[in-house]
Design a protein around this ligand. Structure first.
Ligand SMILES: C[S@@+](CC[C@H](N)C(=O)[O-])C[C@H]1O[C@@H](n2cnc3c(N)ncnc32)[C@H](O)[C@@H]1O
Length: 293
């Protein structure tokens, strides 16, 4: 751990109804019901000061959908979703199921350390009768060994085959002292050539000066929750992909990544643009020359 650099708090122990949690606040932003009064009160205060926060959450969730559909279209059949959140509209396994060509199969493993996310994910997977191909691991993603050695991961993910690794709207919950790039590298090392890594991450790089103070107040407010977060710049977020090349169009505003209506942006698309960078990288095939030397 880097000396004197802040780290994120440890994984929560059970449900904390005293402090708002990122998973439950995000669920409320998206219109879900798996949240408590403390989360809703916190969310309402944020929305009052910075109304864009809800469209930013929706835009991130829509991006996740586009990334997963693109990956299924590119042939990916294994998904590892770290910081998957409370199940809500457009869960990864539902997108995979709806996008897969008829007769084909896939697997999905969700990972989140939040109690409410875990409880609702498990109920949903049972109810949908999908536990033969979708699993949930309740773990801090910083505990890489625990995530990779979990029964669900071992049973559902074949690491000899390409995996689509999703770190969507979660790495900003890691502090500099958590050394996020090194952490991501540990997952990258485990993945087969041809695997994908998708990251979206909040920023204020291009925030208009009149909106910046309110956007920064949101960061301040999250310090009182179970999940403080850290803004990063385009360069800092690019570094989280380590040496994997980014696929087209690179690290861009989420609304510019395989947008469904590239020629027609809504006002909302324009307004949320400065607050999230996202990209997908692919692990290159092994270099044959270096293999034989
Ligand atoms: C904003 S939500 C994102 C959910 C989903 N990935 C999406 O983009 O729609 C962030 C999630 O990351 C989880 N999270 C934050 N830090 C984590 C950690 N260290 N380990 C596991 N989960 C974490 C939170 O509990 C929350 O559910």
């Amino acid at each position: 751990m880097a000396p004197n650099e802040p780290v994120a708090p440890p994984a929560p122990d059970g449900v904390d109804v005293e402090k708002p949690s990122a998973a439950r606040i995000y669920d409320w932003f998206l219109g879900g019901t798996h949240n408590y009064a403390v989360d809703r009160e916190f969310g309402k205060r944020l929305v009052a000061g910075f109304p864009l926060i809800r469209p930013i959450a929706r835009s991130n969730r829509a991006w996740l959908g586009r990334v997963v559909r693109d990956a299924v279209g590119a042939g990916f059949r294994q998904f590892l979703d770290l910081g998957s959140g409370v199940p809500t509209v457009g869960n990864v396994h539902e997108i995979v199921r709806d996008t897969l060509p008829a007769g084909e199969e896939a697997t999905v493993v969700y990972v989140d350390y939040e109690e409410v996310a875990a409880a609702h994910a498990r109920i949903m997977l049972e109810e949908q009768e999908v536990t033969d191909w979708v699993g949930f691991v309740q773990s801090d993603l910083r505990d890489v060994d625990r995530v990779l050695k979990a029964r669900e991961t071992r049973e559902l993910i074949d690491f000899k085959q390409p995996v689509c690794l999703l770190l969507v709207s979660v790495l900003h919950f890691l502090g500099p002292g958590d050394q996020p790039a090194e952490l991501v590298a540990r997952y990258q090392q485990k993945l087969a050539p041809g695997s994908r890594l998708a990251i979206s991450h909040v920023t204020v790089d291009g925030a208009p000066s009149e909106d910046l103070p309110e956007a920064l107040k949101v960061v301040e407010a999250y310090k009182s929750t179970s999940n403080p977060y850290w803004l990063r710049t385009h360069g800092e977020i690019a570094a989280l992909f380590n040496d994997w090349p980014l696929i087209d169009p690179g690290l861009v505003a989420l609304t510019d990544w395989h947008s469904e209506n590239p020629r027609w942006m809504s006002l909302e698309d324009e307004e949320v643009r400065p607050y999230n960078w996202g990209a997908v990288a692919e692990k290159p095939a092994k270099n044959r020359r270096s293999k034989s030397t």
